[in-house]
Structures are given as structure tokens and as C-alpha cells.
Write a protein that binds this ligand. Structure first.
Ligand SMILES: [Zn+2]
Ligand SMILES: [Zn+2]
Length: 497
């Protein structure tokens, strides 16, 4: 099997490294990155960059009179020992002046041959390697052992935009596209369309909002959809679930199957993985790890908790969409009327930091399904919901996905929480705040940031008590208390149904 590797960066680590390599002096600079290795059956191995250690010119990194750069032995040793102790992959980084294509030089390869067998002895089973940067390209020489090596498949930088880098433009995927998308190819270009055709996109929650997102993804020509929802169609869904028709209501089919049927009717070549279950179960949430993008349109806190963890742990971009129509109990006056689109990006302020995961609701949801449903429905009437408001959030989210994922020449705002307030008739933006010791998104030693499969997701087990959530509850409560102030309880929940 081809073991070319994928590499993923979050924005902060990317910016720190890129600024160090290209400060504008035209010279070569160096660093070491330490990355978590994620190996998945039938998939390319993936490296998630967790730490960047820049080499100070002159002290940690010098260039010989012949122009060959060399890291100081003490710098290498410190980083390699840390890699071994933390079970991270050591990657030596330097830059070339090249632009869209980059390769290691013969001198680079010769230094790998001299140095890496000894480093492999130190790391005791963890691979080591080198990363060379061009301005818009990258290549890797990863040593699994003294005899087995891999190159780069692609590198993904998950910042506001999702940037993809290859060792040369020749490595970028090319796909024939259906004539039906001709008009959008005139805007996105063939490379952009190939990016969509090669993408695996998850839609979690296939009610009012999620079904509209399926519609857009299918018509855009996204190659693979992961469709997750545990609910069956009800008569009251027909006013909002655009993948359902009147003839379906009597059979009450799973919403996930309706979504797949719709997507295939639009685009017969779309691949659909259908999961008729709750995303907060371990085996279900795990399927999101292979996705390029996640749309979170489920109403529960436990779904937010799981997806928030996957974003930060596996460096996968996501967006959460919800709407709210709330009337005052006494007067019936409309108090809240909005659609929210919340961008989720790793390492830069998560739903926990921003007060959007409620511990009290998590505690209710932690109960067995039947019990919490009874409690939920016993105290609450169904939330008001209308297709027009759902459409505002769904279209904003899919349009943002298109702009951020495909990489057009359109200027993009930074990630944040966007809200369309119907009273004001306009969008407002809340910038993401980050707790510096957040258990999910900070670079704290205990954080799950870029840890991949090295830590368990905060998900329920299929049988028995939901121990994973329980075990994490204390640290969650501590974080929540700090971020609680300033967030009203009403803002915490919204619906995507
Ligand atoms: Zn070089
Ligand atoms: Zn956070």
C-alpha cells in the first residue's frame, strides 16, 4: 500500500512556522515540528502538528560557507528526546526559495541518510523525518524505519480558510466533472471542482437545516457525504425537511436514508455513508475523523461536545448552525429571533471557551436515551421553527464552506460566530475568545489539541454507562464556570430542526 502521508496544521502553528521561515530576508531558516501520528485502516497515515520549535539563527541553526544549513546537535537532541517521551513524530523543517514546487536537494537527502538512522534508534519506534517548504508547496521525507520511507500526499492548513499544499501542482487531484456543474466551474475553476469532488463532508443532523445542506452539497458535486441522524421522519417535519416528500410520511423512514436518497437522485456518482444513530456514541463520532469538513446541525449539547473535540483533536474544520425563535412565556412577545452560523476551527477558541456547551444540559443528556427524552419532552414543548429562517443559516454556512474550502480569490473574513438577527435585519459577528488553559483547544500540556487518537473522544459507549463524559465532567465544569459569565442561558441552545 502507498503510505504517502497527510500533514495537518492549525492556524497558530502554521503562522508561527511560516513567519519564521519567510521573514522577507530571502535566506534559509529552520525549525522542528512535533506531530501526532494517526494511522487509520485503509487510509493514508496522518500527521497532526502539535508543537513548533523554531531554531534561532546563529545559536540553534547555522549555514556553512558552502551554503549548507545545519541544526545544532543540542537543539536536535532536545527535540528528539521530547518526541520520544511524548510519542510524537520528529520533523526537521527548512525552507527553499522555490514557490509552487519544491523538492529536497541531494545535499538534503545525504544529510537524512547520515542522521536519521541514529535518530530512529533514539525514538524507539516513532518515525522521524524532514519537511521542506516552498512558498506555496511542501515535501516530506518520512522515515518509518531504516528501510521504509514516505513522501507527502498533501498538507492541509486549517485556518479561517482551508488551504491545501502539494509538492507540485502535478500532485493536485484532477477529476472529470459532470456538465451540470459547468456554470460553477466557470467561477471555481477545474481545480476547485476537483477539490469538491475529492472531499468527504459530514452532515450531522438531517432535519430542517441539515437537509438543506445535503441539497447544496449534492448539487455542488461534493464526492462523498457522511450522513448522520438517529431520528425518523415525522409528519411535522415535512414543512422543513427538504429531502422528504408527502409519500414518505406514512413509512416514517430514517432522515439519514432520505438524505442519501436525495443526494443520489441529484448526483448518481456521490458516495454516501449513512449512519442512523447518534453522533455522541464513540463508534459514530469516530467516522467524522476521516472527513474534510463537518456541518453540525444537531440540537444536542453532547453532539456539540463530540464535534468540538474532533475539531481540536483531529484538526478538522466544522461549522455549527442553529436558529432560535423564542417568545416570552407570559406575554407571548418575540424575544429572540435569529439564525447563527458558528465557525469551528482548531486551536483558536472553541465552543467550550465561548460558553456554548451547557453543563446542565449535558448532565440531562447524559442519562439513558429514554430517560432524557422523557425529561426533555416532559418539560418542554417543541421549539418553534420555520423553513425560511433555517434557510438563512444553511445557505450562509454552505456558502462560507465553498469560499473557505475551495480557495477562490475572494477576500475572506476570519472565523467567528455570525448571527442574523431578524429584528435588525443584518448579520453581526462575534470574534472567538480562547481560554489559555482550555482542556479542548489550548496548547496546554493536558489539552486534547492535535492529539489525534492518543486521547479518547468525550463520547458515550454504546453499552453501559457513559463513562467518558462522566470522567471529563469535572474539568468541563471548571472551564464552563469561567466562560459562563456574560452568556445568557437562552443563547446557549438553538435548534436546527
Ligand atoms: Zn534544502
Ligand atoms: Zn477552548
Amino acid at each position: 500500500m502507498n503510505r504517502d502521508v497527510e500533514l495537518r496544521f492549525a492556524q497558530a502553528q502554521w503562522d508561527q512556522l511560516y513567519r519564521h521561515l519567510y521573514p522577507g530576508d530571502g535566506c534559509e531558516h529552520a525549525a522542528v515540528v512535533l506531530a501526532t501520528l494517526v494511522e487509520r485502516p485503509g487510509q493514508s497515515p496522518r500527521l497532526l502538528v502539535r508543537e513548533v520549535h523554531v531554531a534561532q539563527d546563529g545559536a540553534d541553526y547555522g549555514v556553512s560557507p558552502q551554503g549548507h544549513g545545519r541544526l545544532a546537535a543540542t537543539f536536535i537532541n532536545r527535540a528528539v528526546v521530547r518526541a520520544r517521551n511524548e510519542r510524537l513524530v520528529y520533523l526537521h523543517v527548512h525552507n527553499h526559495a522555490s514557490d509552487q514546487s519544491v523538492e529536497f536537494s541531494d545535499v538534503d537527502f545525504a544529510s537524512h541518510e547520515r542522521g536519521y538512522p541514529a535518530l530512529l534508534d533514539i525514538t524507539k519506534g516513532m518515525p522521524v523525518g524532514a519537511l521542506v517548504f516552498g512558498r506555496r508547496s511542501m515535501q516530506i521525507d518520512l522515515w518509518w524505519s531504516k528501510t521504509e520511507r514516505s513522501e507527502l500526499k498533501h498538507c492541509t492548513v486549517v485556518s479561517s480558510r482551508i488551504q491545501r499544499l502539494y509538492s507540485s501542482p502535478m500532485q493536485a487531484p484532477k477529476t472529470a466533472y459532470r456538465p451540470s456543474v459547468d456554470r460553477q466551474v466557470r467561477f471555481l475553476g477545474e481545480a476547485g471542482q476537483a477539490q469538491l469532488a475529492g472531499a468527504r463532508v459530514a452532515i450531522v443532523g438531517l432535519g430542517g437545516v441539515g437537509s438543506m445542506i445535503v441539497q447544496d452539497m449534492a448539487r455542488l458535486g461534493v464526492g462523498e457525504l457522511l450522513l448522520i441522524d438517529s431520528d425518523k421522519l415525522e409528519d411535522t417535519n415535512l414543512s422543513r425537511v427538504v429531502t422528504a416528500f408527502f409519500r414518505d410520511v406514512a413509512r416514517k423512514p430514517p432522515k439519514s436514508k432520505l438524505a442519501a436518497r436525495y443526494a443520489r437522485q441529484v448526483n448518481p456518482s456521490v458516495r454516501c455513508e449513512v449512519i442512523n444513530d447518534d453522533v455522541s456514541y464513540e463508534g459514530v463520532a469516530d467516522r467524522l475523523v476521516d472527513c474534510d469538513f463537518i456541518f453540525l446541525c444537531a440540537d444536542t449539547m453532547r453532539a456539540r461536545l463530540a464535534v468540538n473535540a474532533i475539531v481540536n483533536q483531529h484538526l478538522i474544520p466544522a461549522v455549527q448552525i442553529g436558529s432560535k425563535i423564542h417568545r416570552a412565556e407570559q406575554t407571548g412577545k418575540l424575544e429572540l429571533f435569529y439564525s447563527a452560523v458558528r465557525h469551528m476551527r482548531p486551536g483558536c477558541g472553541c465552543m467550550l471557551c465561548n460558553g456554548l456547551i451547557s453543563s446542565s444540559r449535558l448532565a440531562i443528556e447524559e442519562k439513558p436515551d429514554e430517560e432524557w427524552r422523557a425529561q426533555n419532552y416532559g418539560t418542554e414543548t417543541p421549539n418553534p421553527s420555520v423553513i425560511t429562517l433555517n434557510g438563512i443559516g444553511a445557505s450562509r454556512a454552505t456558502h462560507d464552506f465553498l469560499m473557505d474550502f475551495v480557495g477562490t480569490d475572494v477576500e475572506r473574513p476570519t472565523a467567528g460566530y455570525y448571527m442574523y438577527d431578524v429584528f435588525k435585519g443584518s448579520w453581526s459577528k462575534t470574534n472567538l475568545r480562547q481560554d489559555k488553559d482550555c482542556s479542548e483547544c489550548s496548547d496546554d500540556a493536558e489539552s486534547r489539541f492535535a492529539r489525534g487518537a492518543a486521547v479518547r473522544l468525550p463520547c458515550r459507549e454504546k453499552t453501559g454507562r457513559p463513562q467518558t463524559i462522566r470522567a471529563r465532567m469535572l474539568s468541563l465544569l471548571r472551564n464552563l464556570w469561567a466562560s459562563w459569565i456574560g452568556h445568557s442561558a437562552a443563547k446557549l441552545t438553538d435548534t436546527a430542526q
